[in-house]
Design a binder for this molecule. Sequence first.
Ligand code: NAD
Length: 486
Amino acid sequence: MTYDLQPPASHYVNGRYVEDTAGAVIEVIYPATGAVIAKLHEATEAVIEEAITSALAAQKAWAAMSGTERGRILRRAADIMRERNHDLSVLETHDTGKPLQETLVADATSGADALEYFGGLAASLTGEHIPLGDGNFAYTMREALGLCVGIGAWNYPTQIACWKGAPALACGNAMIFKPSETTPLSALKVAEILVEAGLPAGLFNVVQGTGKVGGPLVTDPRVNKVSLTGSVPTGRKVYAAAAEGMKHVTMELGGKSPLVIFDDADLDSAVSGAINGNFYSTGQVCSNGTRVFVQKGIKEAFLARLTERLKGAKMGDPLDESVNFGPMVSENQISIVERYVAKGQEEGARLVTGGKRLDQDGYWIEPTVFADVTDDMVIAREEIFGPVMCVLDFEDEAEVLARANDTEFGLAAGVFTADLTRAHRMVAGFEAGTCFINSYNDAPVEVPFGGSKMSGVGRENAKSAINHYSELKSVFVRLDACEAAF
Ligand code: NAD
């Protein structure tokens, strides 16, 4: 790899690396071994201030450029990301612990897709002409919001930086991005690449830190929009703080999504869906279908096939491309998962496979399946955010739909069935923002992504993201005389 794991400095502000060693130390840990691979400093007030002032100084000229010019820079950045995919993926693997087999196809590539997609869209962001009779008319102008703050979770650091940065920049905004303190490395590379592609300094700044840095960014009156990817408790706090300033928000939060498997489903395909929806990225995916409802007739066949297929999970050096199951991201996260595994056993769920932490350095736990889970168990109600699948039985469609929706979350939902009429009925009934029929967890940039209920507000990706990074100005034009009552 050509990238050093230790970046030149902690932050990327105004087109260059910036350091302030007065900030608290952030140790970056390689989850596969527990070794410290880099040390960074949390952003100080001075760093945050430079991020804000340089962003404001650059934003108006950026918004005044044509969409074609802005888009060209984003598309060039997409090309650079693709050229460097291998190095970026190795870095992402060190940052997150996710196996290289995954990061090579799901992180910088997904980020590049977002840059390419929104780069392509930038020139077509227009308003409309509204005829009003008698020659009078109105038109709308689509305008940038100004300064946007992006705050990321640790599971997809490159992707999150690009899913927020690309539409923000395409619309003519500046962005300050604060990665998760657990995975601070990759977003710095996104900033570097954007500048290399021609992005003027100040338009995409990266500042490091915990909520102590995120908090002041959210409340700063100069910030117009906040987009958070994180947990529901953080979302509540950030949404409330942003509301004080009447800021635009996008909230991409947690979930406990249902995956419903009817007995007419293709068994292997359904098992694949359940594996993708529970064990990809070691279960650390917000939209995971962790409540797997299996119709009674195929329950034992499903569990048998699943257990067989899980033997194909290969743990080991995440940089070995044949490894397909990595460690969890941190000691904190694995201990949360261990507590839920113990809770599931205490509650009387049947541990079908897995559940054990490996006796070695790093944060390794086996893919875990519980069966005979009931709706009221804690493991069926709370987001675990780890490789723990809960299998629940059901008898019929109406019953399973009601149970699937009986949650405060509404991020995603999936159904496997050979009956397409039933599949469409089910997704029409799901209280969830992102649904899958005979598939699970696909997230192409062309499709809106996001949640309802406690899982979030707004949508990322697709044309719909444009509405969340721009606003309309309406202009009324009178061609005849303007009259008044007196
Ligand atoms: P988290 O809520 O602990 O932290 C998310 C981010 O918010 C971090 O960058 C953190 O530093 C920051 N933060 C914390 N307190 C803050 C505050 N008061 N003000 C401003 N910023 C603050 O989440 P996490 O543990 O990093 O990520 C896991 C969670 O994220 C899970 O719940 C998962 O479901 C969710 N997630 C959602 C999506 C989605 O698209 N819906 C994607 C990935 C992860």
